[in-house]
Design a protein around this ligand. Structure first.
Ligand code: NDP
Length: 515
C-alpha cells in the first residue's frame, strides 16, 4: 500500500532533495505493508507553521462548534473501524481483536474529550478575599500548536490520549507517530483532514527519531511525549532550550499486590491478562507481582494453569507477534539475566522465543537485583514474589524509580491502594483506570509527569489565566500610591485582627475550616 503525506511547501529555486522513504514492515510476517516519507526538519517546521495558521481559526470556534467537528471525525473513524483495526494489527503485530479493542478505546477518549471540553474549561469564579470590590475569574485558553510524539505499542489509543484532548481544548496538533507504526498515524490524520472543516488542524509528520527531535525544536507551544524514559529525557533536554513545556508519559514497572484475603482465582486470572495483553508491551503492564506467603503456592499454580491456556500467534491467538526484534532482544536479555541469577521459569523461557513470537514466561525465585525486577521488560513475562506481610509488599512495590500504574487485590485493597506511589491503581482489577475516560492518566518519577484523559487531560493543553476585575471603588485602594494618611496603622491593625490571636482571627480560622 502506497501512502502519501503532504509534501513540504515553500519556494524552491533548486530541485527539492530526494525524499527518504520509511518502510512499514509487518512484524508477524516480515512483509512490507507500506511506505511513508521521512520528514526533514524543514518539513516539520512547515507543518508547525501551517498548524499555527489553523490554530487561530480552530481556537476561535465555540466549544459547541468544535464538539460538532470532533464528533464528525469520530464518526469517520468509527466507519473505518475495520480498516483501522486491521492496519493496527498488521503494522503492530497484535491480534485483530486487540486492534478492534484499541479502536474502541481510542474513540471513547475522542468522544469524551469532544463532549466534555466545555464543562472542563468553563470559567471559574474564585473568592476575592479582602478585595470585596473585585470579581476574580480563572479562564482556560488554547495554547496554540501542540506537538504529539507517540509510541508503537498502542499506535492509535496512546496518541489519541493527547491528540483528542489537545484538539478539544482548541489547539492545532502536529503528530509524529513511531517509525514502527507510521501507517496508522497517517490514516488517523487522513480521516481528520477529511472530517474537519479547517485544514491542517491535525497533521502528521512521519520519520524516525530525528523527525521527533525536529518537532521538539520547531516552536510548538507544548510537546506531549509518550515513549521510553530514555527518549523522554532527550526530548525534555531539547525542549528546555526553548522552554517549551512538556508532558511526559513514560515507561512503567507496574506492581500488583495480592493480599492474603484476596480471591486467588480472580487475582491470578487478572494477573495473567494484565501481564500478557498486547504481549506485555503496555506501559501499564503488570511487571511484578507481590503475593502473601499464605496463598503464594495456590496463586502460582493458578497463574501457570491460566498461562497454559494462552494461545500465541494466529488470528484467533491471545498474543500476537512482538512489534520489533529489538524488543524481543530486551525480553530475552531480561530472561537470561534472571535465570543466570537463580530465577526459575515455570513456563516459556528464553529458549521458547521463536522469531518475533514469545511464549509467556512465569518466573519465580526472582530477586531485586535482576533486570526483570528493575527495568521495564515490556514483554510477556510474569515475575512472582512471595512476601510476608502487606507492609513488605507495599514497601517493595514502592522501591522502583517508576510509578505509573498498579493493582491491588484483597478485601482491604482500597486502603492498600492509597499507599502505593503511582499515578494510578486498579482495585480488585487490572488496568481499569485506563478505560475510564474521566480518570486522569499519568505517572510519577521515571514514569513522567502531567496528565492525559479526563478534565485534567483537557486542562493540560491550556493556558490558565487569572483575571481580577474591579467592579467598584473603595476609599482605601491598595493598588495605588494615593494612600490616605494613617494607612500604615490601618494595615497593621488589619494584620493583627485578621491573622493574629484576636477574636476576629479566631472566628475566621473557624470559618476557614468550613471552606
Ligand atoms: P521510544 O522512546 O523509543 O519512542 C517514542 C517516540 O519518540 C517514537 O515516535 C520515536 O520515534 C520518538 N523519538 C525517538 N528519538 C527521539 C528524539 N531524539 N526526539 C524526539 N522523539 C524521538 O518509545 P517506544 O516507541 O519504544 O515506546 C515504548 C515505550 O513507551 C515504553 O517505555 C512504554 O512504557 C512507553 N509508553 C508509555 C505510555 C504512557 O502513557 N506512560 C503509553 C505507551 C507507551 P521512532 O519510533 O521513529 O524512533
Amino acid at each position: 500500500m502506497a501512502v502519501t503525506t503532504v509534501p513540504p511547501s515553500g519556494p524552491t529555486s533548486t530541485p527539492p532533495p530526494r525524499t527518504e522513504i520509511l518502510k512499514s514492515i509487518a512484524p508477524a510476517t516480515g512483509e512490507v505493508i507500506g511506505e511513508v516519507p521521512v520528514c526533514s526538519a524543514a518539513d516539520v517546521q512547515a507543518a508547525v507553521a501551517r498548524a499555527r495558521v489553523a490554530s487561530v481559526s480552530w481556537g476561535a470556534l465555540s466549544y459547541a462548534e468544535r464538539e460538532e467537528e470532533l464528533v464528525r471525525w469520530r464518526r469517520a473513524l468509527a466507519e473505518a473501524a475495520d480498516e483501522l483495526a486491521d492496519l493496527i494489527s498488521r503494522e503492530n503485530g497484535k491480534p485483530p481483536l486487540d486492534g478492534m479493542v484499541e479502536v474502541f478505546m481510542a474513540l471513547s477518549h475522542l468522544d469524551h474529550a469532544a463532549h466534555r471540553a466545555a464543562k472542563a474549561l468553563r470559567p471559574e469564579k474564585v473568592s476575592t478575599g479582602l478585595l470585596a470590590n473585585f470579581r476574580a475569574t480563572v479562564t482556560y485558553h488554547p495554547l496554540g500548536v501542540v506537538g504529539v510524539i507517540g509510541p508503537w505499542n498502542y499506535p492509535i489509543f496512546t496518541p489519541m490520549g493527547s491528540i483528542a484532548y489537545a484538539l478539544a481544548a482548541g489547539n492545532a496538533v502536529v503528530f509524529k507517530p513511531s517509525e514502527l507504526t507510521p501507517l496508522v498515524g497517517v490514516k488517523l490524520v487522513e480521516l481528520a483532514q477529511r472530517s474537519l472543516s479547517i485544514p491542517n488542524v491535525l497533521q502528521v509528520v512521519t520519520g524516525a527519531g530525528p523527525t521527533g527531535a525536529a518537532l521538539c525544536k520547531a516552536g510548538v507551544d507544548k510537546l506531549a511525549f509518550t515513549g521510553s524514559t530514555a527518549t523522554g529525557k532527550r526530548v525534555m533536554a531539547a525542549c528546555s532550550e526553548t522552554l517549551t513545556p512538556v508532558l511526559m508519559e513514560l515507561g512503567g514497572k507496574d506492581p500488583m499486590i495480592v493480599a492474603e484475603d484476596a480471591d486467588v482465582d480472580a487475582a491470578a486470572e487478572a494477573a495473567v491478562f494484565g501481564a500478557l495483553t498486547n504481549t506485555g508491551q503496555a506501559c501499564i503492564s503488570i511487571e511484578r507481582i507481590y503475593v502473601a506467603e499464605s496463598i503464594y503456592d495456590r496463586f502460582v499454580d493458578k497463574v501457570v494453569a491460566e498461562v497454559g491456556k494462552v494461545k500465541v500467534g494466529g488470528d484467533d491467538g491471545h498474543l500476537g507477534a512482538m512489534t520489533s526484534p529489538q524488543q524481543v532482544g530486551i525480553v530475552k536479555d531480561h530472561l537470561e539475566d534472571a535465570v543466570r541469577r537463580g530465577a526459575r521459569a515455570l513456563t516459556g523461557g528464553a529458549e521458547a522465543i521463536s522469531g518475533n513470537f514469545i511464549q509467556p514466561t512465569v518466573l519465580v525465585d526472582v530477586t531485586d537485583d535482576m533486570k526483570v525486577m528493575k527495568d521495564e521488560t515490556f514483554g510477556p513475562v510474569i515475575p512472582i514474589i512471595k512476601v510476608r506481610s502487606t507492609d513488605e509488599a507495599v514497601r517493595r512495590a514502592n522501591e522502583s524509580s517508576f510509578g505509573l500504574g498498579s493493582a491491588v487485590f484483597g478485601k482491604h485493597a482500597r486502603a492498600i491502594a492509597d499507599r502505593i506511589r503511582a499515578g494510578m491503581t486498579s482495585v480488585n482489577s487490572v488496568m481499569a483506570f485506563s478505560a475510564i475516560t474521566a480518570l486522569p492518566f499519568g505517572g510519577v518519577g521515571e514514569s513522567g509527569f502531567g496528565r492525559i484523559h479526563g478534565d485534567h487531560g483537557i486542562r493540560e493543553f491550556t493556558r490558565t489565566k487569572a483575571t481580577a476585575e474591579q467592579i467598584f471603588n473603595l476609599p482605601m485602594n491598595m493598588m495605588s500610591f494615593k494612600t490616605p494618611k494613617g494607612t500604615n496603622e490601618r494595615i497593621r491593625g488589619m494584620i493583627k485582627q485578621l491573622f493574629g490571636t484576636g477574636a476576629v482571627a479566631r472566628a475566621k480560622d473557624l470559618l476557614g475550616k468550613l471552606r
